[in-house]
Design a protein around this ligand. Sequence first.
Ligand SMILES: Cc1cc2nc3c(=O)[nH]c(=O)nc-3n(C[C@H](O)[C@H](O)[C@H](O)COP(=O)(O)OP(=O)(O)OC[C@H]3O[C@@H](n4cnc5c(N)ncnc54)[C@H](O)[C@@H]3O)c2cc1C
Length: 231
Amino acid sequence: MLIESVTTELPDTKTLRLKWPDGHNPEFLTGQFITVYWPDTPGYKRAYSLSSCALDRGAYEVTVKRDGKMGTRVVDWAKAGDKMFVLPPAGKFLPDFAPGKQLICIAGGSGVTPFRGFVREATRRNLDTKITVLYSVRTTNDIIFKQEFHELTLQNPNFNFYVTCTRLNEGDSWQGHRGRIDSAWVKEHVHDLPNTVFYACGPNALVEATEELVLQGLNVPKAQMKTEKWG
Ligand SMILES: Cc1cc2nc3c(=O)[nH]c(=O)nc-3n(C[C@H](O)[C@H](O)[C@H](O)COP(=O)(O)OP(=O)(O)OC[C@H]3O[C@@H](n4cnc5c(N)ncnc54)[C@H](O)[C@@H]3O)c2cc1C
């Protein structure tokens, strides 16, 4: 597929828009990932969660952090007009939009990418699903999609976006939460536990820590939690 555009989200994070070929109108679900590779290295494939949603037609969007071989090549070298091979969307990290649900979406760093898709879809469809994103970053300069999430909170009264910063300097004027995501902070946002579904996405260590916090710390049944481990 043709890289239609490359948008810088942060100095080390970019969003690629991969244009669907003419006549291509794929069926897929918000929250799935695509697998991509470069024409010159077809044996080296990597997965990226869609940061767009299933209602966004015409192109896939993925948001990639400079990390490892593929992440570095994408962020430092991909440009509009380049071509990448793309395997069809797959995966079961899907938002539960059944009526009356609250989705608590926990992310660290680039793990927030699929949640933009969740919120975009819920907002565009005017769903009553409550979505709460709890997002851990190092500093206020590391918030991916800050502007779009802020706009979505204005458009969607059922969406809340909370950030915790883990590495601020003492004197920083940040008014929000500080420190790692812990069970007390998660619990503050749960209003109806039986109807709450927890999501965690990102590097294995963060997802595993979050699983423990939710399943053991908050005593949530496993069936109410979905995870996407990036490795
Ligand atoms: C379902 C799924 C969805 C994903 N979605 C996204 C997404 O939306 N956005 C995103 O940015 N990523 C995402 N990832 C991760 C992505 O697939 C890549 O793994 C990531 O971009 C790193 O590229 P790589 O695997 O080529 O890195 P590799 O080169 O294989 O490196 C992997 C890790 O090891 C570290 N490493 C490499 N060499 C060394 C060394 N010598 N010493 C110490 N450390 C080293 C790298 O820094 C990196 O953290 C997703 C993964 C999965 C499975």
